[in-house]
Design a protein around this ligand. Structure first.
Ligand SMILES: *Cc1c(COP(=O)(O)O)cnc(C)c1O
Length: 430
């Protein structure tokens, strides 16, 4: 598969190059040249396929011929070494739990897949690659964990000081080895802007091979399409029209779901559930795309003012506003509404949701008011104990820490404080 730049001013390139470079030379995001639907029999036979088999078939066209099939099988199998259960709350609402990976965030899958692709591409290469990544919370931990110990790859993670949870901070600052954390005096948008500036800085890029591990990187973004297939495997036959509510920040996850739909997966509708950072919700109402600086919320992994993948969604719908609106709704919820939802889910279903999942749940409820005959699956994108303060405060019940989280809490934080882009540059060059 070759990839083109959405800015359309750079040559098309291979999967390998798209992964190693992250962003095209014209600063555009890469997008696959074609998406060929999978066979009908693939979907009718999905019950007989394992998660790894489903994932292998679904991703094959996007990585071939750069990764041979037997290697891809191994990569997929190693990536997906945990469960993705659907839990039913009621006749109309289920949740797909995406938090059973090593950092208990859905980003584990993309990070593990990308790390293994980069490791494969780099195996004979003596040139080191530096993965530079900005995180609003969960990306950092997932990338740190996914890339830990991968030869020839250094990872530098920027996170906004005081704006990620304690657990998230521990997950990205305690691993050591090839993983370095930079604590930025600023917001997530500041972190993301610094990373973008670094990619454009020729003085820097002439001296080191930089790549991204945010969902702008195709190897981080595309594997997320697996989730929608895993949910379908568990739900099809039981429910007719399946819709997904995706708690969205940079819109990579939902956009991967749209690729799954292009591959033929029968998804009736997408709901982009937002917190107060609601540029897309406003766009679907006004048709005016007006990014705003991000504001801090209790679902901080979605505190994104300028969602980087929205341009890929526009590409999927060929910039046709009506086609997009037909296929996707978007709602925005306040922190108060989110807390009430956490309590409601707990009281009514005896289920503990994290703030991001709760925003997804609210999206389901809103959509079901108009479309009561659908089954809505909200993605639980993080384990509730990763947002312990909020969750325990709302449900007034102590939560036990899962072993993955317990293990990092006692470790010592190592981070370097930076204020400006120049600090970042000096750090990278030293
Ligand atoms: C990253 C993240 C999101 C948002 O995902 P996008 O692909 O950026 O839209 C939602 N919830 C959690 C817990 C996350 O870590």
């Amino acid at each position: 598969m070759n990839y083109y730049s959405l800015n359309k001013k750079a040559p098309n390139t291979t999967f390998k190059n798209a992964v190693v470079k992250g962003l095209a030379p014209d600063k555009g995001l890469y997008f696959p040249e074609s998406i060929t639907p999978l066979s009908k029999s693939f979907f009718s036979n999905i019950d007989n396929l394992s998660y790894s088999e489903i994932a292998f078939e679904a991703i094959k066209q996007f990585v071939s011929p750069d990764i041979p099939e037997h290697t891809l099988k191994t990569i997929v199998k190693e990536t997906l070494s945990f469960d993705f259960p659907v839990v039913k709350l009621n006749e109309n609402i289920s949740t797909l739990e995406l938090f059973h990976g090593p950092t208990m965030a859905f980003k584990d899958v993309g990070a593990r897949f990308m790390a293994r692709c980069l490791g494969y591409f780099n195996q004979k290469n003596t040139n080191e690659v530096t993965v530079l990544v900005a995180t609003s919370g969960d990306t950092g931990g997932a990338v740190a964990n996914g890339f830990l110990g991968i030869k020839g790859v250094n990872v530098v993670i920027l996170y906004p000081s005081g704006k990620v949870s304690d657990i998230q901070e521990k997950q990205l600052t305690t691993l050591g080895q090839n993983i370095k954390a930079l604590e930025v005096n600023g917001t997530f948008d500041d972190c993301q802007a610094m990373v973008k500036t670094a990619f454009l800085d020729e003085e820097l890029t002439s001296q080191m091979q930089l790549t991204s591990a945010n969902s702008i990187n195709v190897a981080r973004w595309l594997p997320q399409l697996f989730y929608f297939m895993f949910a379908y495997k568990q739900l099809h036959g039981k429910h007719k029209d399946i819709v997904f509510s995706i708690p969205s920040g940079n819109f990579g996850n939902i956009c991967a779901g749209m690729v799954a739909q292009q591959l033929g997966l029968p998804i009736k509708h997408f709901i982009a559930s937002n917190n107060a950072n609601n540029v897309v919700t406003r766009y679907l109402i006004s048709q005016m795309y007006e990014p705003k600086p991000s504001v801090q919320t209790i679902s901080n992994a979605m505190d994104v003012g300028t969602p980087s993948n929205f341009i890929r969604i526009q590409e999927i719908y060929k910039n046709d506003f009506d086609a997009l609106k037909e296929n996707m709704s978007s709602y925005s919820f306040s922190d108060d509404e989110t807390k009430k939802a956490i309590l409601e889910i707990y009281n009514d279903y005896n289920y503990v949701a994290d703030p991001h999942g709760a925003v997804g749940y609210l999206g389901c409820k809103k959509y079901l008011e108009q479309q009561p005959n659908t089954h809505c699956v909200f993605l639980e994108t993080a384990h509730p104990t990763k947002f312990l303060d909020v969750v325990e405060d709302v449900i007034q019940n102590k939560q036990a820490l899962p072993p993955q989280i317990e293990a990092v809490m006692g470790k010592k934080k190592h981070a370097t404080n930076i204020d400006t882009y120049l600090d970042l540059k000096n750090y990278l060059l030293k």
